[in-house]
Ligand binder design. Structure first.
Ligand code: BGC
Length: 514
């Protein structure tokens, strides 16, 4: 790719520049931050279904699972608030950390946040691998959460600032790609360690040191972004860096633009107040709803608890973990579809197609489970029924992986005007983490009470969010970031919130779709 010249369409103008090998390399290294998030998501479900782990830390759950303490419905086998706290505490810590991270990222640079995130995560991984009691487990998880909060705040910002506008979308989805690889890697580790006689869970949890080291060491070698260097007064260094990443001496226009953008954003003293302005209502609503909806697809029921879910459905230990590996692989490959098509078919097409596909597969799973387990929760899948369930779950995961997965991170990052972009990003991260926490915490209880209805519950939300996208989300494909206000202005509903003078006159977007 190195050396291919192009004229970028992003930013406030058309800048000369190339897609350099250097920028691709730095972005690949930075995207590895997604591995931290992914490894956590994928590891806990497998670990919480390992007998030795349950016996040691959660003996009550173990008894219930083995049905040693009387009759328990299949749906309620794993219902334990402490067990879910193990999974979900991480996201609460990440939520809080993301606010601190945004201050660090601004004052010390993106690179500093990535290094800090990687180090804290590393310590958490070591404590978890060595855990002797529940407290050590939870403390380790909290530290991992702080790491994830820092990484998720800094990495997407880093990628957006480094990337030439033309491939910003693809590089942004590089983050989600790393998330899915992290989840899959964790699934594989669980599969291997579950075969160990003893201490398999220690290797699973301790294995988190691998993504931590990749990101920490990798980011030590990363340069900081020109935007961040300018923000911290290092203007000469910023100009040199811009020349290097764009592969040209002629960076004046983009450089001046970055300085102007930095000055303009310095003038907005209170981005948190500014974001509440009527003219930012459309952005605020979308950035709050997208992460909320992303989690209400129910995806993390599969990502966190696939092995537990499959066990609940009566799959054996081995079959449960294999099924989790299969759905993890589908998740990785389907993300590639999104990278290839997001700038061609657009965000809306992916959202709508993915939504419909998810609704149909959730309906299918719900009906199948209702048929076999009914309300009592007693029953077992036949081999064919098990295969159909796994197939439907993979259809659902694929749909998420090319729609709400990557777009849940991409769209919020591209709809804001510069002065409130980072505040907006914090809202995105924290709302996402909050609902990841809620789903992680409540899923097993919900399964216990809603039974097969749980799949209809999430399916209902997917209907709602698909309608929302259809009516309220404008297409942002190929629209330069600084022209985004025109998109809002031209929208049938949001248009009235955007003052006429907020839309620059110089640029005419080629087409605006709803
Ligand atoms: C979501 C995670 C989810 C993952 C699955 C991400 O975009 O934020 O909650 O587990 O996708 O691949």
């Amino acid at each position: 790719m190195a050396g291919g010249g192009f004229v970028s369409q992003g930013g406030a103008g058309n800048f000369e520049g190339k897609v350099t090998g250097f920028v691709i390399m730095t972005c690949l290294v930075a995207a590895s931050g997604g591995l931290l998030f992914g490894y956590d998501i994928g590891i806990s479900g497998g670990v919480t279904s390992m007998d030795e782990f349950l016996q040691k830390f959660f003996p009550e759950v173990y008894k219930k699972e083995k049905n040693l303490s009387g009759n328990t419905s299949n749906y309620c086998k794993f219902d334990s608030a402490v067990l879910t706290l193990f999974t979900s505490s991480l996201y609460l810590a990440a939520l809080v950390a993301s606010f601190f991270a945004s201050a660090t990222t601004k004052a010390l640079g993106r690179k500093a946040s990535m290094v800090i995130g990687g180090l804290v995560f590393l310590i958490g991984a070591i404590i978890n691998g060595a855990a002797m009691n529940v407290a050590m487990l939870i403390i380790g998880r909290l530290l991992l959460g702080v790491g994830v909060g820092y990484a998720n705040q800094a990495v997407p910002v880093y990628l957006s600032e480094m990337a030439p506008a033309k491939i910003r979308g693809a590089l942004n989805i590089g983050f989600q790609m790393a998330v899915t690889i992290g989840i899959f890697g964790a699934n594989m580790v669980n599969y291997a360690t579950s075969k160990m006689q003893h201490n398999g869970w220690r290797f699973s949890l301790g294995g988190a040191v691998v993504p931590a080291i990749i990101m920490t060491v990798g980011s030590l070698f990363l340069p900081d972004t020109p935007n961040s260097l300018i923000e911290r007064g290092k203007k000469d260094e910023a100009r040199q860096m811009l020349k290097k990443i764009r592969g040209t001496e002629n960076v004046d226009e983009e450089y001046n633009d970055l300085v102007a953008a930095s000055e303009a954003s310095n003038q907005v003293q209170q981005p948190w107040k500014d974001i509440l302005d009527r003219k930012h209502r459309p952005h605020l609503v979308i950035v709050s709803l997208i992460p909320f909806f992303q989690q209400l697809t129910g995806i993390n029921v599969i990502m966190f608890y696939a092995p537990v879910l499959f066990k609940t459905l009566g799959f054996g230990d081995e079959a449960s973990l294999v099924s989790a590996v299969v759905s993890g692989l589908v998740n990785v490959f389907a993300t590639v579809v999104s990278i290839i098509s997001v700038d061609r078919f657009g965000r809306r097409a992916l959202f709508l197609e993915g939504g419909i596909q998810m609704i149909l597969s959730q309906l299918g799973v719900g009906i199948l489970i209702a048929k076999v387990f009914g309300v009592s929760g007693e029953g077992t899948f036949s081999k064919t029924q098990g295969d159909i369930a796994l197939f439907l779950i993979c259809v659902y995961v694929a749909a998420f992986a090319w729609s709400w997965g990557p777009l849940g991170w991409l769209v919020p990052s591209e709809i804001f005007p510069l002065e409130i972009r980072s505040a907006g990003q914090s809202i995105n991260v924290s709302v996402n983490m909050f609902f990841t926490f809620i789903i992680g915490q409540l899923f097993l209880t919900m399964l216990c009470h809603l039974k097969f209805g749980l799949f209809f519950f999430f399916g209902g939300f997917v209907i709602l969010m698909t309608l929302f996208v259809y009516f309220f989300l404008p297409e942002t494909k190929n629209v330069p970031i600084e022209e985004m206000n025109r998109v809002w202005k031209a929208h049938w509903f949001w248009g009235k919130y955007i003052p006429d003078d907020a839309v620059g006159l110089g640029h005419q977007p080629k087409s605006i779709e709803f």
